[in-house]
Write a protein that binds this ligand. Structure first.
Ligand SMILES: Cc1cc2nc3c(=O)[nH]c(=O)nc-3n(C[C@H](O)[C@H](O)[C@H](O)COP(=O)(O)OP(=O)(O)OC[C@H]3O[C@@H](n4cnc5c(N)ncnc54)[C@H](O)[C@@H]3O)c2cc1C
Length: 460
């Protein structure tokens, strides 16, 4: 039998890699993890976690306005970007340290350097040597995609840099219509930055329910964010005061900063996967089966590098399923159906299951329950922020196929709704649940009237 340095070598200490390494190491397997940047990966270092801190920071401006409406006298307010960054970096360092300790406590060895494959059982780690392993797990995540052919693109930042800007710009153009673009637009807007979103498509958040897409656009505009749709960038030009963005509509918009959030790609470049015989998809993702096994028997991949559902909890579950299958002798797959997701815009979005359009495609006839309203917290002081609750129900079985919410704390609401929907709850069962009052979420269990879409030309 072949002898290897390790039972498992993991490349990438992000959400998926760390979970897999810990579970495998705790079985007594000899495990090493290579990380080229900081332990914790995208989520902890330059994704979900620092972003959520920025969301919290940016929500205060609206909070102050609300407080005034409720009788508070608020003096002059000022946001100290440098102080915030310092506190944010301290907390990120603390969290990254916890990840390191968790790996060490589980018995995994950490190698701080970039790794690539030499062959199906050999990993070369920059400056550290060459190691062999029985199994190799690729968990290298993704990275921002940039249109490198766009003249002047070097003047734009990505989400990676947005976490470390030396100073908060007075104005920013955020290119992109996905969740990262919208979240950052709301963050900057909340921090007082004059913010414009520019997206080539006809509507933001492709793949989400159409009511969610149009409603969030209206709510963001109501908050003062300018949203320009259906146009493309032709060039970026450095100016005395910032960057001028030229677009196919013939406009030139000058802002102090330009951020591109136009997509992410699997981070497989330079990993030596092709040399090891690992098949990639056209987008460069590692092709895997339900057990996260690649086209090479002993090489596996989990998380964003496989481009299945690019979310932290999914990467964690895929990593865990892999480790259980390979090291606990318990074949385990992760079910990618009905995974809930959140968007930390302002207001926030929570969504689980099918959009109305996808449900109609798949099931034909569906019933829709839709409520758009101003929550009582807003009406009290004349605040304008609205909320949306929507259920998509299969006519034949009355099963709830999708639930979509826009509201403060919508992600918290959707986490709970996702349990029932994953279990296959029907509308009558849902309705049998008594409301919790007075809450915003009670709207979800009190929607009885089917929504009839307006005919063309009808006025709301
Ligand atoms: C701005 C932003 C916000 C996000 N917000 C959310 C959110 O709110 N909720 C959510 O669920 N998801 C969110 N995500 C997505 C989430 O961060 C990812 O889905 C998740 O981190 C994927 O985990 P992973 O283990 O696949 O990869 P990663 O966490 O990206 O980890 C991969 C690790 O591999 C390392 N690496 C890569 N190549 C090598 C190499 N050759 N050698 C050594 N190390 C290497 C990298 O440095 C990295 O640390 C967000 C992402 C971004 C960018």
């Amino acid at each position: 039998m072949a002898q290897y340095d390790y039972d498992l070598f993991v490349i990438g200490a992000g959400s998926g890699g760390v979970r897999a390494a810990r579970v495998a190491a705790m079985t007594g397997a000899k495990v090493a993890v290579a990380e080229e940047h900081r332990v914790g990966g995208t989520c902890v270092i330059r994704g979900c976690v620092p972003k959520k801190f920025m969301v919290y920071a940016s929500e205060f401006s609206k909070g102050f306005e609300t407080a005034r409406g409720y009788g508070w006298d608020i003096g002059e307010t000022r946001f100290d970007w440098e102080r915030f960054l310092m506190e944010k970096d301290k907390e990120i360092a603390r969290l990254s340290g916890i990840y390191v300790r968790n790996l060490q406590n589980a018995g995994a060895e950490l190698v701080h350097a970039r790794a690539h494959l030499k062959d199906a059982h050999t990993v070369e780690v920059a400056g550290k040597g060459t190691f062999t392993a029985d199994k190799i797990l690729v968990a290298t995540g993704g990275k921002p995609w940039m249109p490198t052919e766009l003249p002047g693109i070097e003047h734009a930042i990505t989400s990676n840099e947005a976490f470390h800007l030396e100073r908060l710009p007075k104005s920013i153009l955020v290119a992109g219509g996905g969740y990262i673009a919208l979240e950052f637009a709301c963050i900057f807007n909340g921090l007082g930055v004059d913010t414009t979103v520019m997206y080539r498509g006809p509507n933001v958040l492709r793949g989400f329910d159409d009511d969610i897409r149009s409603f969030i656009t209206e709510e963001m505009e109501q908050r003062g964010i300018k949203i320009v749709l259906g146009t493309q960038h032709t060039k970026l030009e450095k100016t005395a005061n910032g960057i001028a963005n030229h677009d196919t509509n013939g406009h030139a918009l000058e802002t102090e900063q330009v951020m591109f959030a136009v997509g992410r790609i699997p981070y497989t470049e330079g990993l030596g996967l092709e040399a090891a015989g690992v098949e990639l998809t056209a987008e460069g993702a590692v092709k895997v089966d339900d057990y996260s096994r690649s086209s090479v028997e002993n090489i596996f991949a989990v998380g964003d590098v496989t481009n299945r559902i690019n979310l932290t909890p999914v990467a964690i579950r895929e990593g865990e399923a892999f480790a259980r299958s390979e090291f606990l002798n318990t074949p385990t797959t992760f079910d990618h159906e009905t995974v809930a997701s959140a968007i930390f815009t302002q207001p926030q979005i929570g969504s689980v299951g099918l959009s109305e359009a996808d449900a109609r495609k798949k099931y034909g006839k569906v019933d829709v329950y839709l409520a758009k309203f101003r929550p009582m917290k807003e009406t009290f002081y004349g605040g304008q922020q609205r909320a949306l609750a929507k259920l998509v129900v299969e006519c034949r079985t009355e099963r709830i196929l999708g639930c979509h919410v826009i509201a403060p704390d919508a992600p918290e609401i959707i986490q709970m709704a996702a349990i029932a929907i994953k279990m296959g709850v029907t509308k009558p069962q849902w309705d049998a649940t008594c409301a919790v009052h007075p809450t915003l979420a009670e709207e979800l269990v009190t929607m009885r009237e089917k929504h009839v879409p307006m005919a063309m030309g009808q006025v709301a």
